[in-house]
Design a protein around this ligand. Structure first.
Ligand code: SF4
Length: 623
């Protein structure tokens, strides 16, 4: 749920707000609602002050949602447009937009959520509900370990939910929720959160097609917060089977992608020299394969292989999109899955080499490969994974045909060359150390470094699914916008730090990487600011002091706003290309990629298997 401001005059309705007709009978192939510019959203997240007002909006949202097309999940833009439409019909102010978007999402999904067995649900509670002064609970890796002292409502919900069979977490929702869903532990979420958290987290969950119901906190104060408790009980202990078909979504395909690296890994990537035991890492003959497989198998969101599977699915009947969430019988052809694993192998190879070149310390919450095993081994593992990736594809000739395999290999090779060109350009710029970088040059590097992996993943899925002629031009253009926008978001994220990868804010900036932010600052700064920039970037000394100076210059040059505008431009251009694509399932996938890859919050961190595995024991009744 990323929500947009209105026009500056405050009066205009978003141009593509659906009329009541399109709401009651939206055609399956209707184009997504057109996008509005996204700016600061804090003024759109008010919660009505009285219970009567909140319930009036809730009841209106229930009626509004009754006639929504449930064949597929919302895009972000569609949900926002529905929110604006409802507020317009009610004559309510824009400030309640976030609130009504949550409510409409709730009633879109409520029946499907209530049809889930209790043991397939997750109850996600915020720790800010606790009694701030007297709570005796400590935090563990799952969040707050409530001792059920009874001083706040957390204990009431937790006890009842665990009795019913729910998994329960008292934690900040955004990083972990989708990972838990994709891992297959639960199928739906009953969540309590403030609108800030819901904006960051629930949109990913909603647009992926996860049945969810969210109860908004009355404020985002993070301390002794309040909610309408009866709204939780409306769902928590209710179960209503649903005979009608469910909304399709991407969770089955995400789970299919996950299974390739878990249950199916040995089938897809058989071991040749290693046995899978810890002794492999010490054996000279087995170690390279063992370390490479371990690196390939663990860590990351597996987004790129998902894209390959989903693209193949979109042009071959959308069986995966229509699959039941827990349908493990949905399995795509061996050669398709191996090509998807190859995409991940290339990605992991590039990360191994990239981490060496940048001397990064952490990846996926652990020490980087070269710090664990040495630079020589890490280079070798990267090379091994490249070879493995090409072999995984080439071995599919009998199943896919020589022409298809040749095209896929060619696309992968092309991606590989572009990536090396981009990485080389970045390193050369750093070596030269001259503060001469134009925004267009930074964007060119981004297009080379980041876009090819998306391009290879999308191309492979579509080409294995059939002729590619209709998509030849769209694929590189779409992926260029996607990759550039994604990389700019990473630049912005650099200023927030990244707990999972143990990054400290501003590291890219201080390490003299040719980022767009730096290029924008150089473009707008006066001579004095340029001199100061050079001093900061070339200088030694206290990092936080240098970062503070750098941020002041960036702020003065309007760098962050300009970068966000460029992300927005990338998003709009990618969506414009998606609008022209057929079949509808492929267009839906492209929109989903835009919504998830260009989401403005940090990507969910990797949750190690050791953390996910014990989840069921959070619920003794369900163990
Ligand atoms: S019920 Fe649980 S979360 Fe609430 S104050 Fe007591 S120990 Fe803390």
């Amino acid at each position: 749920m990323t929500i947009a401001s209105r026009d500056s005059n405050g009066n205009g309705q978003a141009s593509a707000v659906p009329d009541s007709h399109s709401r009651t009978a939206p055609p399956a192939a209707a184009k997504p609602v057109k996008k509005a510019k996204r700016r600061s959203t804090s003024h759109l997240k008010a919660v009505p002050e009285t219970l009567q007002e909140r319930e009036a909006l809730r009841d209106a949202a229930r009626v509004y949602a009754e006639n929504l097309d449930r064949s597929k999940p919302f895009t972000k833009s569609e949900l926002e447009a529905h929110g604006r439409q409802l507020l317009s019909e009610l004559g309510q102010p824009e400030k309640f937009l976030g609130f009504v978007m949550v409510l409409i999402g709730n009633f879109f999904w409520k029946r499907q959520f209530l049809a889930l067995p209790f043991e397939r649900r997750l109850l996600l509670l915020p720790h800010c509900l606790k009694h701030a002064e007297g709570c005796p609970a400590d935090y563990d890796e799952f969040g707050l370990d409530c001792e059920k002292c009874g001083a706040c409502s957390i204990a009431d919900y937790k006890v009842r939910a665990e009795q019913l069979g729910y998994k329960v977490l008292v934690a900040e929702g955004s990083p972990i929720v989708l990972k838990i869903i994709v891992s297959g532990h639960v199928d739906g979420i009953l969540g309590v959160a403030c609108l800030n958290v819901l904006e960051k987290a629930i949109d990913k969950v909603l647009i992926a097609g996860v049945p969810s119901y969210a109860v908004p906190l009355h404020s985002g104060d993070c301390k002794n917060t309040k909610l309408d408790e009866s709204w939780v009980w409306d769902c928590l202990d209710k179960y209503e089977p649903l005979p009608e078909p469910q909304t399709t979504g991407y969770v089955p395909l995400m789970r299919a992608s996950n299974r390739m690296f878990e249950q199916q890994f040995d089938e897809l990537v058989p071991q040749v020299r290693s046995t899978g035991g810890p002794e492999d890492f010490e054996s000279p003959l087995a170690a390279t394969e063992a370390i490479s497989y371990d690196w390939l198998k663990h860590g990351g969101k597996r987004l790129r292989p998902f894209i390959t599977l989903a693209a193949y699915d979109a042009v071959t009947g959308a069986e995966g999109l229509a699959a039941e969430m827990n349908d493990e019988s949905f399995v795509q052809p061996l050669a398709v899955r191996r090509a998807a694993v190859a995409i991940e192998a290339f990605h992991k190879a590039s990360l191994a080499h990239d981490d060496i070149e940048d001397d990064d310390l952490y990846r996926y919450g652990q020490e980087t490969l070269h710090r664990r095993h040495g630079i020589g081994t890490a280079i070798n593992v990267g090379d091994y994974l490249i070879g493995l990736g090409y072999r995984l594809v080439s071995r599919g000739t009998a199943e896919l045909g020589g022409d298809v395999v040749a095209d896929v290999l060619d696309s992968m090779a092309q991606a590989h060359l572009k990536l090396c060109d981009g990485q080389g350009a970045e390193m050369r710029w750093q070596e030269q150390g001259e503060l001469d970088l134009k925004p267009i040059d930074a964007l060119k590097i981004y297009a080379l470094k980041t876009s090819p992996a998306f391009e290879a993943a999308l191309f492979a899925g579509l080409r294995m699914g059939g002729p590619i002629d209709d998509y030849q031009e769209m694929i590189p253009a779409f992926c260029r916008h996607l990759g550039v926008g994604f990389q700019i978001l990473n630049d912005l994220k650099d200023w927030q730090g990244d707990e999972d990868n143990k990054l400290v804010a501003g590291q890219d900036a201080l390490s003299l990487r040719p980022t767009l932010l730096l290029a924008l600052a150089l473009e707008s700064s006066d001579d004095a600011q340029k001199r100061e920039l050079a001093e900061i970037l070339e200088g030694e000394g206290d990092e936080s002091f240098r970062l503070g100076r750098l941020r002041r210059i960036y702020d003065a040059c309007g760098v962050f706003e300009k970068a966000r505008a460029l992300v927005e431009k990338s998003r709009v251009r990618a969506e414009a290309l998606a609008d022209e694509v057929h079949p509808d399932g492929l267009r839906q996938l492209l929109y989903f990629m835009v919504d998830t890859i260009l989401a403005e919050e940090p990507a969910p961190p990797t949750i190690p298997t050791v953390v996910l595995d014990p989840l069921p024991i959070l619920n003794p009744a369900g163990a």
